[in-house]
Design a protein around this ligand. Structure first.
Ligand code: TYM
Length: 337
């Protein structure tokens, strides 16, 4: 039985990368599956967020804002299960078991660990190192089979597959499914506006590098106007973008926002200078994002309602997780499951 799970860290505001690479796909998968009886679960992974320092008040606010972003973008609590990771204890309980299945070497190879821990690995939190085992638990506690993510999470989903396979092998069972990453859509890797070689990230020190879902029209226009580009006009065919990462990124964002292919967009804008293309992109971005950010702001006025939605989602998530944890404990030989 297919089941869909994904999550986002409430570690800062949502970016256009999160929206195009993940949330929009979550909504598509919700709509494709809701009336086929296939469950879609979307989580705010607050326990992942605290693998690096989070101000407590900011964590609470960012978690609610993420929930508001999910709902404003089209996730429907009646169709999908929306909840907060820390409200479902089974994630952390299964993660402990996976900490004992996964190998140190597997974790050491993770590019996110290497990037985030930087040179001073001795000073990184133990949780940051074990991060992928908790992510595997998020997915496998629901026996999820499909995981919509952006390109940067592919390695983590592959590690989840390795953990499922090793668990099944070590205990001689066929218990955990081996989940598939679903990396689809026009914008699986949205790049920084300041550097076409880095991904757009909520943790980039420069706010000019990203478009936040809560940016107003002026901020969006100014960030796009100042986005790094090269001096040439836009090409009329996709091959012309191969060596031009910044240009490719802007065209790609335009294509994703307008639900068209890069080739289609280039037939329209090929030959234009950036001075002409950038205002077109700003206008499109504002048109697509403004309704979502105003709905987010509206939802944020009633935090109790957001909390109630998350509580309800957590209740439903616990019902699915409980028998999986019980069976896992039995397989491992733990009494009292
Ligand atoms: P996070 O919070 O960094 O990002 C959330 C989602 O947004 C995607 N994304 C992007 N997509 C395209 N372009 C970008 N510039 C961009 N930046 C972010 C990410 O690929 C992701 O899909 N480890 C995960 C959270 C997580 C999770 C899980 C995901 C925890 N448990 C279980 C799936 C299943 C993370 O840090 O995502």
């Amino acid at each position: 039985q297919p089941r869909i799970f994904s999550g986002i860290q409430p570690s800062g505001g949502l970016t256009l990368g999160n929206y195009l690479g993940a949330i929009r796909r979550f909504v598509d998968m919700q709509e494709e599956n809701a009336d086929r009886g296939i469950e879609t679960l979307y989580c705010m992974v607050d326990q992942h967020a605290i693998t690096v320092w989070q101000d407590p008040a900011a964590l609470t606010r960012n978690t609610r804002e993420l929930a508001a972003g999910y709902i404003a973008a089209g996730l429907d609590p009646n169709k999908s299960i929306l909840f907060n990771q820390s409200q479902v204890a089974a994630h952390a309980q299964l993660a402990w078991i996976f900490n004992c299945v996964a190998r140190m070497g597997w974790m050491q190879r993770m590019t996110q660990w290497k990037d985030k821990a930087g040179k001073n690995q001795q000073n990184a939190s133990l949780g940051l190192f074990a991060y992928p085992a908790l992510m595997a638990a998020d997915i496998l506690i629901y026996h999820a089979t499909h995981v919509p993510v952006g390109e940067d999470q592919k390695q983590h989903v592959e590690l989840t597959r390795d953990i499922a396979i090793k668990f099944n092998h070590d205990f001689g069972v066929d218990f955990f499914p081996v989940p598939e990453p679903v990396i689809e859509g026009a914008a699986t890797r949205v790049m920084s506006l300041r550097d076409g070689a880095r991904k757009m990230s909520k943790s980039d020190p420069s706010d000019m590098a990203r478009i936040n879902m809560t940016d107003d029209a002026d901020a969006i226009a100014s960030k796009i106007r100042k986005a790094r580009t090269d001096p040439d006009a836009l090409p009329s065919e996709a091959e012309g973008l191969a060596e031009r990462p910044e240009a490719r990124n802007l065209v790609n964002i335009y294509a994703a926002l307008s639900d068209r292919s890069i080739a289609e967009v280039l037939t329209e804008v090929g030959g234009k200078q950036f001075s002409e293309f950038k205002p077109m992109l700003s206008e499109l971005a504002v048109a697509k994002l403004a309704p979502i950010s105003s709905e987010m702001a509206r939802l944020m006025e009633t935090p109790d309602e957001i909390d109630a939605i998350l509580r309800n989602g957590a209740d439903r998530a616990r019902t699915i997780a409980a028998p999986v944890l019980k069976k896992t404990y039995e397989i491992v030989g733990m009494i009292g499951a």
